[in-house]
Write a new protein. Structure first.
Length: 127
């Protein structure tokens, strides 16, 4: 497992546990009794989950916006950019597979993903 993936899974698991322990039927926002730091952690966790979903379909315009929401915060820019670069390296490595060289459909999907990830990186770098 990639170190970045392991870190993100740990963040997601922590967020899920915090949510489970703090949800209360009488509290519509689900953050009753949480410290400011815990509320911030939940907010970041939700944004990380939205980025993960965005990376499933990076070609969608909404995906770029989801990435920019967290990446434009200077405290998280390096993490998001690193994540995008790891995804980009992974997609570029697919060019070395036999499927890439034998399937035009697969080749188009890979090229489309690479372009979309490059656009995401450029979008956060230009802001």
């Amino acid at each position: 497992m990639k170190p970045v993936t392991a870190l993100l899974l740990a963040i997601l698991a922590t967020t899920a546990l915090l949510t489970l322990f703090t949800l209360n039927k009488e509290d519509p926002q689900g953050v009753n009794g949480l410290s400011e730091q815990d509320q911030y952690a939940l907010e970041i966790g939700r944004k990380v989950i939205s980025i993960q979903a965005a990376l499933e379909q990076p070609e969608q315009p909404a995906s770029v916006e989801a990435v920019k929401v967290l990446a434009l915060d200077s405290r998280h820019y390096v993490m998001v950019r690193g994540w995008l670069l790891q995804e980009l390296l992974s997609a570029e490595s697919w060019k070395d597979t036999s499927t890439y060289h034998t399937s035009e459909d697969y080749k188009n999907k890979v090229v489309s993903r690479i372009r979309a990830l490059q656009k995401m990186v450029a979008a956060i770098d230009l802001e």
